[in-house]
Design a protein around this ligand. Structure first.
Ligand code: TXA
Ligand code: MG
Length: 522
């Protein structure tokens, strides 16, 4: 199909109106994002929208009107709350949902018994609705799943050849889609945040709720209040990871990355390739620039993008809502410790993996080192250990470690005794030293519940013979001593059940196994 590229002239708008009237599709500018319009009362025309966008048919469309009173025939009743919002805000980047009248077909409403209505501010948009002589159903004019179009160029990129015409107007003022509020629930609820904020709405109609899915991912099998919430959205081809961090932490983190892009604020000092989306202190500028920034990242061929997290207040809520969806809810939180637990049977090669992770930039928290610290000369813990394992484990204030090991690993009870003294102290020290990203190297990760402070855990396993030989060689001990240590530990099955990932160290490529796991974790 040849797509007519139109201007915002009176002549072109009249032509576009005729196309809509005749059951065709026209993309047009609004103050939020470009819309892809069809006659809302013509089911066959509306069906074409879903096809052009590749949109799931259960995701309803917004019906756009030119005058406030045009909402009356579309809904069952204009409730007092609806009237208050219309009087105060329309025309506005605000969509209200009410029970629908019988004039609204099931295609527009995605099979629901409600309808979403909006009166856009943009003059071209309203002139088009008037010219068409009918309300216009219009989702954002992007291919389903991609960032919404905020410039005519974006629409041409996505829709050229698929629709009848595109009206090329100015770039969109707001840049994120309208606020969607449903009045069909007991308490009015924001289903999608936008430029009309919760605070602005509450000033007019009192308490407003925000649907849980606005700021968090939806549980599997959860029913979406707004079907649009359940789909992956606004996503560029690149993998986007949201980074929660102060300006300084974000800069340090991102600037150490190779082969990645930053999606950051104008004032961030970034040395890797970057695209900015507004100023940190100006959420309206972030909203205006976000979608274009996401599209630019694709044009630059970005594969991995570290995005600075916006604030969630005011219009920031809308920016955050779009960005977490673009990132498929993947957030790297530099403000919290990020620790991966590493454990495994003695002699399985845990140390080797710790070294490899260190080479990848992980900070290794080695519990052996901390346990040694705790057992240093004159440490208060030595007295407690001596009480439990005999005074002769301390000579001249110094711990005889081999002797303690012999005694502590001689039976499960004495191992348990040692653990109950050392583990809480060790974990406390580890937590204090943890930075992003850390790995907690702990032979007894699960036994000491160190896994509870870890994001994910990896267990290293190896066949018994291999482990036996490694231990004897490493610690120059007899076969019997080595076996005693091995027998004091849990079986392979224990590690498999408790850990999130296992690595088998029997000559297979260890780095490769670890890389795959990290890819999944990060
Ligand atoms: O700013 C905007 O609203 C733009 C411009 C073109 O007006 N339009 C837009 O439409 O963003 P669209 O289709 O991309 O998003 C409409 C959202 C979807 O998340 C949809 O699930 C939700 O509104 N929605 C529509 N009707 C609904 C209904 N009856 N109940 C619940 N959610 C509804
Ligand atoms: Mg959309």
């Amino acid at each position: 199909m040849e797509t007519k590229i139109l201007s915002t002239s009176e002549y072109d708008i009249a032509l576009a109106g005729e196309i809509i009237e005749g059951g065709g599709l026209v993309a047009f500018p609004t103050e939020t994002v470009y819309g892809l319009g069809a006659d809302a009362l013509n089911e066959e025309a509306v069906k074409k929208i879903y096809i052009a966008k590749g949109r799931p048919s259960d995701n309803p469309l917004i019906v756009h009107i030119a005058e406030k009173e045009d909402i009356i025939p579309l809904v069952k009743e204009v409730t007092p709350v609806a009237k208050a919002l219309i009087d105060k805000f329309f025309p506005a980047p605000l969509t209200i949902i009410l029970p629908k009248s019988e004039r609204i077909g099931s295609t527009v409403s995605g099979g629901l018994d409600t309808v979403a209505v909006r009166m856009p501010q943009n003059e071209t948009a309203r002139a088009l609705i008037r010219a068409a002589g009918t309300p216009i159903a219009a989702p954002s004019a992007n291919t389903s799943g991609l960032p919404s179009p905020t410039k005519a160029k974006h629409v041409i990129d996505d829709m050229n050849g698929k629709i009848d015409a595109i009206i090329c107007g100015e770039d969109c003022d707001f840049g994120v889609e309208s606020t969607v509020i449903t009045l069909a629930t007991e308490i009015p609820t924001i289903l999608r945040p936008g430029a009309i904020t919760k605070e602005m709405l509450e000033k007019v109609i009192g308490k407003v709720e925000v649907a849980k899915a606005v700021l968090e991912g939806m549980e599997q099998n959860e029913v979406a209040a707004s079907p649009g919430m359940k789909y992956k959205h606004y996503a560029p081809k690149a993998r986007v990871l949201l980074v929660n961090a102060s300006k300084e932490k974000y800069e340090a983190f991102v600037n150490s990355k190779k082969d990645a892009f930053a999606l950051c604020f104008e004032e961030d000092n970034i040395t890797i390739p970057k695209i900015t989306f507004g100023k940190e202190s100006d959420d309206c500028s972030q909203a205006r620039e976000l979608f274009d920034a996401l599209r630019q990242l694709d044009e630059m061929g970005a594969k991995k993008v570290y995005a600075r997290i916006p604030h969630k207040n005011g219009v920031g809520m809308a920016v955050y809502n779009r960005l977490i969806r673009a990132a498929a809810f993947c957030i790297i939180d530099l403000e919290k410790p990020f620790i991966i637990g590493l454990t495994g049977q003695t002699g399985a090669g845990k140390g080797y993996i710790g070294t490899y992770l260190r080479s990848l930039g992980f900070h290794v928290l080695d519990t052996d080192i901390y346990s040694r610290k705790i057992c240093e000369k004159n440490s208060p813990y030595l007295t407690i250990l001596a009480e439990q394992f005999g005074n002769d484990i301390i000579e001249n204030g110094i711990l005889n470690r081999p002797l303690l090991a012999d005694r502590a690993f001689s039976s499960p009870e004495s191992t348990e005794k040692l653990n109950s003294i050392l583990h809480p102290a060790i974990l406390e020290l580890c937590k204090k030293d943890s930075v992003f990203p850390s790995v907690l190297d702990a032979p007894l990760l699960f036994e000491c519940r160190g896994n509870e402070m870890c994001y994910k855990s990896i267990a290293v396993l190896a066949p018994k013979e291999i482990r036996l030989n490694r231990i004897m060689k490493r610690d120059t001990i007899t076969k019997e001593q080595a076996l005693a240590r091995m027998n004091a530990q849990n079986h392979e099955e224990f590690y498999k059940i408790n850990s999130d990932f296992t690595v088998i160290n029997d000559g297979r490529d260890i780095e490769n196994q670890i890389n795959k796991i990290l890819e999944e974790i990060l």
